[in-house]
Design a protein around this ligand. Structure first.
Ligand SMILES: [Ca+2]
Ligand SMILES: [Ca+2]
Ligand SMILES: [Ca+2]
Length: 155
């Protein structure tokens, strides 16, 4: 189960890069709450990819991003505590939830990765130390916890 290390590392990188100036000029902007400041931006990333960015708490900073490929939702990124860092990522495959990456203690490091198969929870990887290596994995069958695998001995 050494492979469990890889997704966590990649996710850390993705989270670190968010908020960087990687977006083109928006194709549309909106002031949905009419306070005179833009709170929704629409970006055409490529011919098939469109991104919607939202400022849901009107602090001028984006805290919710929805990505669509050919009109289908593929990813939602949220900054739930409004510190400028993404702390919840939800990925969709063929319209169904496929993966959730959570940084529930808002330290910039995800500690839980949920994997869904056919929209059902199949696996939860835990990285309680936040060091980028999973320390236990829960496997689910038919929505129920089937077994837990510890990847490192407890100190
Ligand atoms: Ca905001
Ligand atoms: Ca955050
Ligand atoms: Ca964390």
């Amino acid at each position: 189960m050494r492979l469990a290390r890889l997704p966590l590392v990649c996710v850390s990188l993705i989270i670190a890069l968010l908020g960087c100036a990687r977006r083109p000029t928006p194709i549309a902007t909106y002031d949905r709450n009419h306070d005179g400041r833009i709170d929704e931006w629409v970006y055409r990333i490529s011919a098939s990819e469109t991104e919607y960015a939202f400022d849901t708490n009107a602090d001028g900073k984006v805290d919710l991003i929805k990505m669509y490929v050919n009109g289908a939702l593929v990813k939602i990124e949220q900054d739930r505590n409004h510190d400028g860092r993404v702390d919840l990522v939800q990925e969709y495959y063929h319209g169904k939830l496929s993966r959730v990456v959570r940084d529930d203690n808002y330290d910039g490091k995800p500690e839980t990765i949920e994997t869904y198969r056919d929209g059902k929870l199949a696996m939860v990887e835990h990285d309680s130390a936040g060091d980028g290596a999973a320390d236990s994995v829960d496997y689910y069958e038919n929505g129920r916890l089937a077994r837990t695998e510890r990847l490192r001995p407890k100190p």
